[in-house]
Ligand binder design. Sequence first.
Ligand SMILES: O=C(O)CCC(=O)C(=O)O
Length: 297
Amino acid sequence: MNAADRHSPALDADELAVYREHGYVVKRGLIPQADLARWLARLDDILEERVPKSEGMLVMKDVMVAKGKVAPGSRAEAIAKIQDYEKDPVLDTYTTHHAILDVIECIVGRDVQTIHTMLINKPPNVDGRHPVHQDLLYFPFRPADRIVASWTALEPVTKENGCLVVVPGSQRGELRTHENPPDIEDLNFGYFGAAGIDAELENRVHLEMDPGDTVFFHPMLLHGSGRNRTQGFRRAISAHYTALDVEWVWKQDDFDARRYRIVRGPRAGERWAGARTPDEDARIDPRTLIKGFPRGR
Ligand SMILES: O=C(O)CCC(=O)C(=O)O
């Protein structure tokens, strides 16, 4: 059911105002427990290798496990996250979940594509911090306002097990230079932190969430997550979406190879074939946004 068909919108005017002002909005109890249970069971099956990985799926070991610094107690404890689950028939029901898409539609409009899917496992006994960063660093699309993330707690998410932290209002600033933070020795692949943000971090808010609670956030919002200091996991499922009127602005030219999936609106089911920024000189080389890239990789 589309948001337009419902009597009340998935985000009311106050919630939308919160999103625009702070760069994020939390919807409590958005996803039914039965859905969470199916995704958690599937995650277990993938991590314990009871089912094959779907095409394109990346199951990412934690860097401390990869370096042999810790010996995980189980296969699942070795894994930091899963990237790109869109071809997994069970996990992908998150990406297309009507409760998620109804909210996304309120933020970016009727026509929506998905550009990224991810499950964060955050096992115990490793560092696992996600330094505070802006997701736009990783995305070739602009304008930023037409992109939005959803992130759903699969289990209770607390300060102790490394909940998300956000800096309200930071989505209104610039896309920052990012770096390998000097104070984190064991940083997972592709995790960068925004440089020079100590003063802003004073205003950070911890997002403690119950299973099914979902935060929607802007790709410029400074956010990250802390260490898991418990003996359990801290699992969450996430996806990114854009409107269809975005432009591809990166210099990197895998544009033609990529076809993002339209998940909401009259063209749902098709692949996006949108526009590339026509002016070569206006295109962005994403590597210039990371200090010293590819140091430490
Ligand atoms: O779930 C987490 O711990 C952090 C996720 C995140 O910030 C991201 O992947 O951009």
